[in-house]
Design a protein around this ligand. Structure first.
Ligand code: CP
Ligand code: NVA
Length: 304
């Protein structure tokens, strides 16, 4: 494993499997009350420049369960909000803490932080990537389907941070990946370039949601307007009309097809309330698995 978790593009298939296997062990230990306080005395600084429920709570609880401590730094209330350079912040935090988790806008900010910080940096979501979420998604799919290799993952919606990370994570784990986005909302070019280099699995980018979900084993979607795109909501609502996981689309999938959503969901937009409720157990297991997958990442990056 590298020093940091900045994006799945940086990880090998073996790294991802090591995280997923460790995550399964973390879940087992927690469910069976087996002590796993591997990060006793360690502190994680959590910088949030965007809102969060799951990421904040799961990292904080995860550090506690590992015997360590997490502290919340709001971008607005810390000196970051007043323009203190990220490279200075990194060098200060490295003197107090053992790891940094950051949720922000530009991927370059996270990469810059990692370069300057002598301690591990974890990406808790940028406009480009959401690696921790996708590790939890892969864990959830593997848990239910018992494997990832050879399965078909379909993503319907915006070519955003989730789409980018799912394409990379899915392909690296031996899945076929099919993505349906409206024109103008494609995944990041760096991700599409990566997909071109993968020869042992199938990747396709299509326009019609129905074309993407045919025979899928897992269908995944995300909001039409991500954090920071609130002003584009009306334009996006028009562009994404019809990009909704509903019962009609689910009929085209493989029997037993799973549905995943990173949450929060806008029911009636990217997913119908019926499909959401029919797959609520899988979706909330996915949310739970954020905790276990992140504990695995924290342990692998921060252990002595
Ligand atoms: N899925 C996810 O990252 O949720 P939060 O925005 O609540 O952290
Ligand atoms: N694409 C969404 C994911 C939220 C967890 C966003 O960036 O807002």
């Amino acid at each position: 494993m590298k020093k940091d978790l900045l994006k799945l593009l940086d990880l090998t298939r073996e790294d991802i499997h090591e995280i997923l296997d460790t995550a399964d062990q973390m879940k087992f230990s927690q469910k069976h009350h087996i002590a796993h306080d591997h990060l006793k005395g360690k502190t994680l600084a959590m910088i949030f420049e965007k809102n969060s429920t799951r990421t904040r709570v799961s990292f904080e609880v995860g550090m506690y369960q590992l015997g360590g401590h997490a502290l919340f730094l709001s971008g607005k209330e810390s000196q970051i909000g007043r323009g203190e350079p990220v490279e200075d912040t990194a060098r200060v935090l490295a003197r107090y803490c053992d790891g940094i988790m950051i949720r922000t806008f530009a991927q370059a900010e996270v990469e810059g932080l990692a370069q300057k910080a002598s301690i591990p940096v974890i990406n808790g979501l940028t406009d480009f990537a959401h690696p921790c979420q996708v590790l939890a998604d892969l864990m959830t799919v593997r848990e239910k389907m018992t494997r990832l290799e050879g399965l078909k993952l379909a993503f319907v919606g915006d070519g955003n941070n989730m789409a980018n990370s799912l394409i990379v994570g899915g392909l690296k784990c031996g899945m076929d990946v099919s993505v349906a986005c409206p024109e103008g909302y494609d995944p990041d070019p760096a991700v599409l370039d990566f997909a071109k280099t993968v020869t042992d699995r199938k990747f396709e980018l299509v326009r019609a949601p129905a074309d993407a979900v045919v025979n899928a084993d897992v269908v995944i979607t995300d909001v039409w307007a991500s954090m920071g795109q609130e002003e584009e909501r009306a334009i996006r609502a028009k562009a994404f009309a019809g990009y909704c996981i509903d019962e009609g689309l689910m009929k085209l999938t493989h029997p037993g097809c799973m549905v995943q959503h990173c949450l929060p969901a806008h029911k009636g937009e990217e997913i119908s309330a019926e499909v959401f409720e029919a797959h609520a157990d899988e979706i909330f297991e996915e949310a739970e698995n954020r905790l276990h997958a992140q504990k695995a990442v924290l342990y692998l990056l921060m252990k002595d």
